[in-house]
Design a protein around this ligand. Structure first.
Ligand code: NAD
Length: 273
C-alpha cells in the first residue's frame, strides 16, 4: 500500500473528514492540531460520522493517533485555516520533519500551490489535494499541480484518491482552481441578492435547489463551508485574477465581523441549534 502513514494537520471539519477517510482505507494516520480541544472535537465528529455511515467506529478510530507535533509520515495532508502565511510556515516546517521522499499536499481551497511548493526544498513533491465537504460523503478530489509538481507526484496522488474511493479531477494552479472559481462567485452573488433585498434566504436557496437541481442552496452551502473561508477565497480570486468583480460581498464580511461564521459558530445566514 502506498502512503502507509499519513500526517493530517488541522482537525477541523475538513482535516477530521480527511483523517477519517484515510483511516477507513486501512492506513495509519497521525492527526495534529495545536489548538486546545480541536483534536477531541475532530474525533467526536468522526465518531458521529462513522456511526451514521454504519462503519466500524473503533477499528477506524484505532488507526488515528493524535500527535502533539508533526510526525515523520509518507504523506502530509494539510487542512489548517485558509491563511497563506500560516500554510507557508507549516510547509517549511514539514519540509524539515518529513522524510525527503514524502509528498506534501494541501487541501487549500484557493491558496497557490506553487507558492507553498516554493518554500520547500522538494517543490516537485508538493501538490494540492482538494477534498469536498463533507469529506466522507462527497466523492470529488480536485488534484492541483503546482508549476513545479512532477508527473510522478501527480500520478501517486491520483492513485491515492482512487484508493480512498474518490474520483480525482486534475486542475492547474490558477486562483480558485476550477471548483472555487465557479462556486464562490455563485455564493457571493447569492449574498448580494440577499443584501440588496431581492429575496429572503429561503427563497434564494429554494430557487437554486428546485430550479437548478442543486442538493442545497448557495446560502446554506456557504454556512456549511464557513463564511470566513468564503471571504478568504473571494479575496484570493480578487487579488490573483486582478478583477474587482471578485470582491467579497460586504454582507459576507459583516457576518464574519459579527462572528456569524455559519454552522461551525451556530449562526450564519441561518441559525443552527
Ligand atoms: P476549520 O476552521 O473547521 O478547521 C481548521 C483547523 O485548523 C482548526 O481546527 C484549527 O485549530 C486548525 N489550525 C489552525 N492553524 C493551525 C496550525 N498552524 N497548525 C495546525 N492546525 C491549525 O476549517 P476547515 O473548513 O476544515 O478548512 C480547512 C482548510 O480546508 C482550509 O484551507 C479551507 O480553505 C479548506 N477547505 C474547506 C472546505 C469547506 O467546505 N469548509 C472545503 C474544501 C477545502
Amino acid at each position: 500500500m502506498k502512503f502507509e502513514h499519513v500526517l493530517v494537520v488541522g482537525a477541523g471539519q475538513m482535516g477530521g473528514g480527511i483523517a477519517q477517510v484515510v483511516a477507513a482505507s486501512g492506513r495509519r494516520v497521525s492527526l495534529h492540531d495545536p489548538y486546545p480541544g480541536a483534536v477531541e472535537r475532530g474525533v467526536e465528529a468522526m465518531r458521529k460520522s462513522l456511526t451514521k455511515l454504519g462503519a466500524d467506529v473503533e477499528e477506524t478510530l484505532g488507526r488515528i493517533e493524535p500527535v502533539e507535533d508533526l510526525a515523520a509520515a509518507d504523506l502530509l495532508i494539510e487542512a489548517i485555516t485558509e491563511d497563506a502565511q500560516a500554510k507557508e510556515k507549516l510547509f517549511r516546517r514539514a519540509d524539515e520533519v518529513l522524510p525527503a521522499t514524502a509528498i506534501l499536499a494541501s487541501n487549500t481551497s484557493s491558496i497557490p500551490i506553487t507558492s507553498l511548493a516554493a518554500v520547500t526544498q522538494r517543490p516537485e513533491q508538493v501538490i494540492g489535494m482538494h477534498f469536498f465537504n463533507p469529506v466522507p460523503v462527497l466523492r470529488l478530489v480536485e488534484v492541483i499541480r503546482a508549476v513545479q509538481t512532477s508527473d510522478e507526484t501527480a500520478a501517486a496522488i491520483v492513485e491515492l484518491a482512487r484508493d480512498l474511493g474518490k474520483e480525482p479531477a486534475e486542475a492547474r494552479d490558477f486562483p480558485g482552481f476550477v471548483s472555487n472559481r465557479i462556486l464562490m462567485p455563485f455564493i457571493n452573488e447569492a449574498a448580494y441578492a440577499l443584501m440588496e433585498g431581492v429575496a429572503e434566504p429561503e427563497a434564494i436557496d429554494t430557487i437554486a435547489k428546485l430550479g437548478f437541481a442543486h442538493p442545497m442552496g448557495p446560502l446554506a452551502l456557504a454556512d456549511l463551508i464557513g463564511l470566513d473561508t468564503c471571504v478568504a477565497i473571494m479575496e484570493v480570486l480578487q487579488c490573483g485574477l486582478g478583477n474587482p468583480k471578485y470582491a467579497p460581498c460586504p454582507l459576507l464580511r459583516q457576518y464574519v465581523q459579527a462572528g456569524r461564521l455559519g454552522r461551525k459558530s451556530g449562526r450564519g445566514f441561518y441559525s443552527y441549534g
